[in-house]
Design a protein around this ligand. Structure first.
Ligand SMILES: Cc1cc2nc3c(=O)[nH]c(=O)nc-3n(C[C@H](O)[C@H](O)[C@H](O)COP(=O)(O)OP(=O)(O)OC[C@H]3O[C@@H](n4cnc5c(N)ncnc54)[C@H](O)[C@@H]3O)c2cc1C
Length: 389
């Protein structure tokens, strides 16, 4: 029986000291204004080359990041593997703008793929298109601007990096999940990722796009993409999420005076998310591979129950659940215990470089209603079970 309340399973292999630290970190996230202030200070400190990492490394870094290097992250990967949870590795460097930095990120991703090939506990990697090409260039392509010759060359170099990455993923026989980002660059992301799918997903899913179901248009886009993949003879890889940039999206729409692309309320998002799951389930085994990337217990329970009710295999590697490292342990580990394919997305990288990722995690935990209290109630339950509270 699937039971997300089983905290003993959720925190197997977690020491009392680490459990306590997690508890205090999530306690801190309850103070929204302090978290925002901390985020601003961290970004300011980075700009002025202050040693922000000295504070971050022993606290929030260890909660949400697997390690500084691939080797260091290996311990985390193997610990998860012992509980039947597979890793999705992510070299979590964001906000770079130079061609040199993009080449550097590509080199790290290729190194990750060589590692994945030899480690059975890691089955996938995650990537952001903006880690390999300039955000402002993608913005211009999305707007339909006429590109300068130099920009066209830049765009070709981005495409070339994507091909190198996907070809290496194919060679490692692994999957690559491309993140969804801001809606004002999403069109070029979609068309680039679609091009990669048409090329590399002929026999099985190597490349996955992400569908943010908080956006009113994305359920329709998922259906459109499946139809297209069917017609053109490739497998659609789909990662379903609710979406991480709600406030930013709404603020920008209000500022620039266009209708918000985000659903008006959470109910509408939840409905589209589960409708997305149904759509994928109905077509499972017919040219679709999908991942439910969520910390929402109801959605995970729904998918788990549907898999059983429809007689689908729990452990199929092309239909899986994923949570972020450091969150939703009660979901990931209990799903794995019941035999479902269950994964953790594990970011890693130098402390200074992953600060933007950490700030986003802290702010999201602090602002998304119910997220921190859900994590805290699970941590409290386990602390009490171990008589630490
Ligand atoms: C493995 C993994 C990979 C991810 N990859 C991406 C990615 O590539 N791109 C990306 O954008 N996000 C990504 N996310 C983050 C994800 O989109 C969500 O922000 C996060 O998981 C919280 O949503 P939930 O389904 O887990 O939980 P829930 O608590 O059920 O949902 C919270 C989410 O619901 C939506 N929401 C909340 N209130 C409202 C409201 N009033 N109106 C409208 N919508 C509302 C928002 O999207 C909010 O984040 C990923 C998450 C995971 C676990």
């Amino acid at each position: 029986m699937l039971n997300f309340e089983d905290t003993e399973i959720a925190f197997t292999n977690v020491s009392n000291a680490k459990l306590r630290k997690s508890y205090y970190i999530f306690q801190f996230f309850q103070f929204n204004s302090l978290v925002n202030l901390g985020g601003r200070l961290a970004q300011w400190g980075l700009k002025w080359h202050l040693p922000v990492g000295l504070f971050a490394k022993p606290t929030i870094f260890g909660q949400f990041v697997g390690g500084v290097t691939l080797r260091e992250t290996e311990n985390t990967v193997n610990r998860l593997g012992k509980s039947g949870v597979f890793g999705i590795l992510d070299y979590a460097i964001e906000g770079k703008t130079t061609e040199r930095a993009f080449d550097d990120t590509l080199a790290h991703k290729l190194e990750m793929l060589r590692y994945v090939k030899n480690n059975p506990n890691v089955k996938m990697i995650s990537a952001k298109v903006t880690g390999l090409g300039k955000f402002s260039l993608l913005e211009r392509v999305h707007r339909g601007d006429v590109l300068l010759q130099s920009e066209q060359k830049e765009y070709e170099r981005l495409k070339d990096r994507l091909h190198k990455l996907c070809a290496a993923a194919e060679d490692a026989s692994t999957g690559i999940l491309f993140d969804a980002e801001e809606t004002w660059i999403q069109d070029p992301l979609d068309s680039l990722i679609e091009e990669m799918m048409a090329h590399y997903n002929k026999e099985k899913a190597i490349v996955y796009n992400t569908y943010q179901l908080y956006a009113t248009s994305r359920l329709g886009k998922l259906k459109e993409d499946y139809e297209k993949a069917q017609k053109q003879g490739y497998v659609l890889g789909a990662k379903l999420v609710r979406g991480a940039y709600m406030e930013k999206e709404r603020e920008r729409a209000a500022e620039l005076g266009y209708p918000s692309p985000i659903h008006v309320d959470k109910d509408a998002v939840d409905k589209d998310f589960n409708a997305g799951l149904d759509y994928c389930l109905d077509r499972f085994g017919k040219g679709i591979a999908f991942c439910a990337a969520t910390h929402n217990e109801d959605s995970c329970k729904y998918l788990a129950e549907q898999i059983v009710a429809r007689g689908l295999p729990k452990n199929d590697k092309y239909m899986f659940f994923a949570q972020l490292y450091g969150m939703g342990e009660h979901i990931t580990f209990n799903l794995a215990k019941e035999g479902y394919t269950s994964a953790k997305l594990i970011p890693f990288g130098p402390v200074k470089e992953v600060i933007p990722y950490l700030v986003r995690r802290a702010q999201e935990n602090s602002s998304v209603e119910g997220q921190t209290s859900r994590e805290l109630s699970i941590l409290t339950k386990e602390m009490k079970r171990r008589r630490l509270l």
